[in-house]
Design a protein. Structure first.
Lengths: 255, 506
């Protein structure tokens, strides 16, 4: 019987990704976009975006990755104007740096100057997080689950999800924060001992995404908390999340 | 009573004029509904909803005739909110959730309904004084019983729901599940959004684990209302995506079930096996859940020759590893002990509740849209759903195994029929819908039947959009499965159903 298990293990082979900071995704993956200088009707492009993520700023087009649902339809409708690259490292602690402007090849990273001092000293070797879904569509939830599987194995860094907020060092929010869920979210957040992290995962959490104007949401809770990390995606890729957390809590992973 | 057959027959994804829906007196409406649903093998209620019409409401019922590919649709015009209606639930229990929903949204009164409790505390509910924190749970007035409350936030990385167990010692006597925490107002947004792309994104976000199935139901409704014909090749690609979704989620659920019975090898292996499938979907369309793939009228991501050979390799490699692990899992005594005979739902209860999809199939009902109301590729083949009979955790696990194998075979067959040299059309971002029409669009997601019903007004604008996830019917089955079993068996039961919170709450 034990032999059967060994045979299965042998057939499965090694599944883990050796270096999560250097893994590459297929070209077709939609990561950080680039906007070229090609002349187009800007208003048409702005109106085309389903989540109002494309805007005109000082005569230059920009995409707000906090609002972008990464549907990629704009790059199909306006070819050579917008191109999504497969750059998945786009988690940041600076909301403004999620703006990608026309003509730039943007690098989005966690900015050391904005990290609270106690974060690195306390959480740099072990981090336990409590995830709260507040209207999430189960995509980000599944991808956060995948962070701990045998492929990504986030546990190798001592980063894990935990059941109780009392055992957690921070809250990870998915979903656009529904009115029905906001009280539970607040209670869970307050149950986490300080210092605590607060992380927004996915476009829905960062800006409300496609649900932004829904009256079923109640997002004012976000005004009361310090947001330590924004992880864009719809849903996020596990590599985006893991690299973001590493950059936030560990000096040697910072770019 | 008037003559028989006061209904109109609708095929899956074929629009008709809304005015053609027969309007019956409530008594006839009630008698006919109950009569049509007498034989659980032949028909079930797919959806029942109200839309505001004039000063009152039109109550529309959609009954799926499971043998002859029809949806039977008829309605009642309720002139005044003051008129209380005899509830259908007292005669056919499957209506309980729909009558609760109608009552919550519009304050229509149903007499003799066992529990007109809120369904999801919708943002536009009729009675705003009802708050989600004050849900009226059942409570046993007994000194020997105790209650266990779980949620809305659960121990794992999953969506929120509040579960209240009424227990006698370790034995659960009653479980009540309260949902609504995920409510985002999708049905309202469907009407308010201005562009078709926005609505497509909403459909993709109903629940990401069924993104393909829900988006397919949505685009089929839009295409049929605007007379867009989809070529056979695109239909094959969409169906391949749908079966890949089923394969990936079933594999992931087998992982979850192994985790919940502490079978570490199965848990790790099934978890790893889901990855090559969703990674293929990512190589196909740039997203592991297939978001971006399904669009109205066409696709941006044709299934090219290189992708096809890639997929065949992935499936062959997957299949041998998957079968080896599944055979081991379903034969190992420590797993069998925790799966076999646990959380049984009886065939009669499934019939009474009107359950669909996997839950119906685990007790032997062949309730599968791919057979009963075929769409896309399934119109061209004789599809035979897999079924089990025991209705327990084992059946729900084993059915997943069998359906996963079936999906692999279906995909391989479809890949042979698919011609990658044919180029499918590009998506249409501005469709013009037929005015004054209704379309019922159904797909079989991995959980069960997904029904989208779209109604247009005289200008061809969406007047009403109704979404029904299979979880609407099936949550009650989980509650009944828990009766008289140990509370420690709850996690494995919950995982074996894996119902949708976001699909239910919308």
């Amino acid at each position: 019987m034990f032999l059967d298990d060994l045979i299965i293990v042998k057939h499965q082979g090694k599944q883990f990704i050796k270096d999560l900071t250097k893994a590459s995704l297929p070209e077709i993956f939609r990561g950080i976009p680039q906007i070229s200088d090609k002349a187009i009707n800007a208003q048409e492009l702005i109106d085309f975006c389903p989540t109002a993520a494309i805007l005109l700023n000082k005569n230059k087009l920009a995409i707000d990755l906090g609002k972008c649902a990464f549907c990629g339809d704009c790059q199909m409708q306006f070819p050579n104007k917008i191109t999504f690259t497969n750059q998945y490292k786009m988690a940041t602690n600076n909301r403004d740096s999620l703006m990608v402007y026309q003509g730039e090849s943007k690098e989005i990273k966690v900015e050391a100057s904005l990290i609270r001092k106690e974060i690195q000293s306390i959480f740099n070797r072990s981090l336990k997080l409590r995830q709260v879904s507040a209207g999430g569509d189960n995509g980000n939830e599944l991808e956060l689950g995948a962070c701990g599987n045998v492929n990504f194995d986030m546990g190798r860094y001592g980063i894990e999800f935990t059941a109780s907020p009392r055992h957690a060092d921070g809250i990870v929010v998915t979903g656009p924060i529904t009115e029905n869920m906001v009280e539970a979210l607040q209670i869970a957040f307050e149950a986490v001992p300080e210092p605590r992290l607060f992380i927004l995962v996915g476009v829905d959490a960062i800006s409300g995404g496609i649900f932004a104007e829904s009256t079923a949401l109640k997002r004012d809770f976000l005004n009361k908390v310090h947001i330590d990390l924004y992880v864009p995606g719809n849903p996020i890729h596990p590599l985006t999340f893991i690299n973001g957390i590493l950059e936030l809590t560990r000096k040697k992973y910072r770019r | 009573m008037k003559a028989q057959n006061q209904y109109i027959k609708l095929k899956n994804g074929s629009p008709i004029l809304t005015a053609d829906i027969p309007v019956l007196s409530y008594n006839d409406f009630r008698v006919q509904t109950i009569k049509l649903l007498l034989d659980f093998d032949k028909a079930h209620c797919s959806n029942y909803f109200a839309i505001p019409k004039g000063i009152g409401f039109q109550l529309i019922v959609i009954i799926a005739a499971d043998v002859n590919h029809d949806f039977l649709v008829f309605s009642h015009q309720l002139l005044s909110i003051e008129t209380a209606l005899e509830s259908l639930t007292q005669d056919h229990f499957a209506f309980h959730i729909f009558e609760r929903e109608i009552h919550e949204n519009f304050n229509i009164q149903f007499l003799n309904h066992p529990w007109l409790k809120p369904v999801r505390f919708a943002h536009n509910r009729a009675d705003q004084s009802k708050q989600i924190a004050n849900y009226p749970f059942y409570h046993f007035d007994s000194t020997e019983m105790h209650e266990v409350s779980v949620g809305p936030i659960h121990a794992g990385i999953i969506e929120p729901g509040h579960f209240k167990f009424s227990c006698h010692g370790e034995t659960v006597k009653h479980l009540e599940i309260q949902l609504g925490w995920q409510h985002r107002g999708i049905e309202t947004l469907m009407l308010h959004k201005k562009t078709d792309l926005q609505r497509t994104l909403l459909a993709e976000s109903i629940t990401a684990d069924s993104a393909i199935a829900h988006t397919l139901a949505f685009v089929t409704a839009m295409e049929s209302l605007s007379q867009i014909k989809v070529d056979a090749n695109l239909n094959l690609e969409r169906t391949i995506a749908l079966e890949l979704e089923r394969l990936a989620i079933h594999t992931g659920d087998l992982c979850g079930m192994c985790t919940d019975v502490a079978y570490q090898l199965g848990s790790s292996v099934f978890n790893a096996l889901r990855t090559p499938i969703i990674n293929f979907t990512q190589r196909w369309c740039g997203n592991r859940f297939g978001k971006g793939l399904i669009r109205i009228g066409g696709t941006h991501y044709p299934l090219k020759e290189g992708l096809k050979s890639d997929l065949i390799l992935v499936l062959n490699e997957f299949e041998s590893r998957f079968v080896e692990m599944a055979e081991k899992t379903f034969n190992i005594p420590s797993v069998i002990k925790r799966f076999d005979g646990i959380g049984i739902i009886s065939k009669i209860n499934v019939g009474l509740l009107g359950c669909v999809g996997m839950v119906a199939k685990t007790v032997g009902y062949k309730r599968d849209i791919r057979l009963s109301h075929p769409f896309g590729y399934y119109k061209t083949v004789e599809f035979e759903p897999k079924t089990c009979i025991s209705g327990d955790v084992m059946a729900r696990g084993f059915l997943r195994y069998q359906e996963a194998l079936q999906s692999i075979q279906l995909i391989k067959t479809m890949l042979e029929l698919h011609k990658s040299e044919l180029v499918s059309s590009k998506p249409d971002y501005k469709v013009v819908l037929n005015p004054n029409s209704i379309c019922v669009s159904a797909t079989e997601g991995w959980r069960g039947e997904i029904i989208h019903t779209a109604l247009t007004d005289q200008n061809g604008q969406l007047e009403w959009y109704k979404i029904k996830d299979p979880s609407m019917h099936n949550w009650k089955a989980l509650e009944l499965s828990l009766r008289n079993i140990e509370i420690s068996d709850f996690p494995i039961n919950n995982k074996s159903y894996d119902l949708s919170y976001s699909g239910h709450d919308l």
